[in-house]
Design a protein around this ligand. Structure first.
Ligand SMILES: C[S@@+](CC[C@H](N)C(=O)[O-])C[C@H]1O[C@@H](n2cnc3c(N)ncnc32)[C@H](O)[C@@H]1O
Length: 253
């Protein structure tokens, strides 16, 4: 068996860093391939698994190798309180594109049009995973699998489809673009196959995306307030969709 330090150095450049117990727990739960996982305190990590993730406790027990705290700390940008880190294989672009293109689609796709803040993008992926959205598509230059985005997503990139696309290649489906100037969302039932698009933190929706949109929708907001945070806007919109969607989507498997 390859020792974890050698494996880590061999794989670190070509895999996705799972930083902390919760990221590893989510990734394993949603089927990620994890070739190496380390902890500076195996007993503490397994106690957390017993308490918070009994469903994947055995899988985590088989994956986690204990290393010194110094070795663990050398693998991560800054140590996580749980002292757990792992590397996961990034799913192929083709597999995610196939999931995004599959029809009929039963849950929305979220589009972030040229997002700039990596933490926001991670938070949106976490929301999409929680609501069972089909996926999150970004346009623009940011890689939605950037390590800081993955950190913000808490390992939930593996629970939804996450890819970057050009506006003309967005998945099919009625396109609802969110903008403070749009029609009040409270008068609309969002369909399950909706494509829900949100603008950049700095400049809002691009001209290209606006031109593609079938509907422009606004979230209720007092007149003196300019806009909401991007991830907050996604949360409100997915929640609005969920009110009209079948409750069975959120039942335990
Ligand atoms: C921080 S805002 C963008 C602010 C930007 N300065 C602008 O000019 O639009 C990021 C995105 O969140 C969504 N958003 C924020 N507040 C909204 C509201 N009240 N109604 C609908 N969408 C909103 C929009 O998609 C917006 O493009």
């Amino acid at each position: 068996m390859t020792d974890p330090v050698t494996a880590w150095h061999r794989l670190a450049g070509s895999t996705v860093l799972l930083d902390g117990f919760h990221a590893l727990k989510h990734a394993v739960r949603f089927g990620a391939e994890v070739p190496v996982a380390v902890t500076a305190d195996r007993a503490a990590a397994l106690a957390l698994a017993d308490e918070l993730a009994p469903d994947v406790r055995d899988a985590l027990g088989a994956l986690l190798t204990e290393v010194s705290y110094e070795t663990y700390a050398s693998f991560v940008p800054r140590p996580h309180p749980t002292a757990v880190a792992a590397l996961a294989v990034r799913p192929s672009r083709e597999s995610h594109l196939a999931r995004l293109a599959r029809t009929p689609r039963t849950t929305p796709v979220v589009v972030l049009d040229n997002p700039r803040n990596l933490g926001n993008t991670g938070a949106v992926i976490r929301l999409a995973a929680g609501f069972g959205a089909t996926g999150v598509v970004t346009t623009g230059t940011v890689d939605p699998w950037h390590p800081t985005v993955v950190r913000g997503g808490a390992g939930l990139h593996f629970a939804t489809a996450v890819e970057r696309l050009e506006v003309p290649d967005l998945p099919a489906g009625p396109l609802f673009a969110l903008d403070p100037e749009g029609d009040d969302i409270r008068g609309i039932k969002l369909p399950d196959d909706a494509v829900l698009a949100f603008g950049s933190e700095r400049t809002g929706l691009s001209t290209e995306l606006r031109a593609r949109a079938d509907h422009l929708l606004s979230l209720p907001m007092r007149p003196q307030v300019s806009s909401y945070n991007l991830a907050t806007s996604v949360a409100m919109t997915l929640y609005h969709w969920s009110l009209g969607a079948p409750a069975s989507l959120w039942e335990r498997p």
